[in-house]
Design a protein around this ligand. Structure first.
Ligand code: NDP
Length: 254
């Protein structure tokens, strides 16, 4: 028997990038996985990769009603959530003095409100079962300031604060909450950044990727499989005492 058989995982933003890699790894370990996002086509493409174990659900994490209804629908269909990966996020940047309140609120609504809402909805079921894993996807920008990323960096610091509070509030009740903090990972977000840097600075793709990997002391982008491996470790047998931590996957960057 695979070690996550019988567990139900909810992965927000599970149709692309890091979320997809984690969802597929969880499914591979035997979990039933509900993946969510706003675009059903992206979610369905991912479901094709492990149709027996993945289910798609549209849910906008900035919308409380959508989250409350979506999580309820997932629980009604496949049982209480045992593992929640709060991964949905946007990585838009803006020079600090030019950051509008509208932009700030958009980033906060997705990255921080979204994590708050989904975690709030899954915790009661975890407590009732006496077992649960909350894994939030923060960033190295949640541990240090990211130039041009006031809203992003503040939201990701907030995600770490939220994770620590969940960990504290339910300490010793079978539920753990930890934040994964990656450096630049090869995903659609970073592909968009690469194209922007190539256009703006007239660089080739390897040069643009090297510019982004500059602070990573391994001098390379991180692969989604490396982030998924950390998430799997946080759910694996023997992980009960890892609680309230930030786990940097950043090639020694922080
Ligand atoms: P992607 O753009 O591939 O993933 C983001 C996911 O979030 C998408 O699947 C998207 O789906 C979903 N999403 C965005 N907004 C919403 C919303 N309002 N409601 C529901 N879902 C939403 O990028 P990554 O895989 O790189 O990013 C995943 C997480 O990892 C993010 O939180 C990001 O900040 C974090 N991260 C990424 C790093 C990197 O270098 N790539 C580094 C550090 C952290 P849809 O558009 O269909 O809604």
């Amino acid at each position: 028997m695979q070690h996550l058989e019988g567990k139900h995982a909810l992965v927000t933003g599970g149709g692309t990038g890091i979320g997809e890699a984690i969802a597929l790894a969880l499914a591979d370990a035997g979990a039933e996985v509900t993946i969510t996002g706003r675009r059903m086509d992206a979610l369905q493409d991912t479901c094709q990769k492990a149709p027996a174990r993945l289910s798609a659900l549209t849910m906008d994490v900035t919308d409380e009603r959508s989250v409350v209804d979506g999580v309820k629908q997932a629980i009604d269909a496949r049982g209480p959530i045992d593992i929640h990966v709060a991964n949905a996020g946007i990585a838009e940047t803006s020079p600090f003095a030019k950051t509008s309140l509208e932009f700030w609120r958009k980033v906060m609504a997705t990255n921080l409100d979204g994590a708050f809402l989904t975690c709030r909805e899954v915790v009661p079921g975890m407590l009732a079962q006496g077992w649960g894993r909350i894994i939030t996807i923060s960033s190295v920008a949640g541990l240090r300031g990211l130039k041009y990323g006031a809203a992003y960096s503040a939201s990701k610091h907030g995600v770490i604060g939220l994770t620590r509070v969940i960990s504290e509030e339910y300490m010793g009740r079978g539920l753990t909450a930890n934040a994964i903090c990656p450096g630049y990972v090869r995903t659609p977000i970073v592909a968009r950044n690469t194209r922007l840097i190539m256009a703006r600075s007239n660089l080739s793709q390897p040069e643009a990727e090297a510019a982004m990997s500059h602070d990573n002391r391994h001098q390379r982008l991180i692969e989604v499989s490396e982030v998924a491996a950390a998430a799997m470790w946080l759910c694996a047998p023997g992980s009960d005492s890892i609680n309230g931590q930030t786990i940097e996957i950043a090639g020694g960057q922080v």
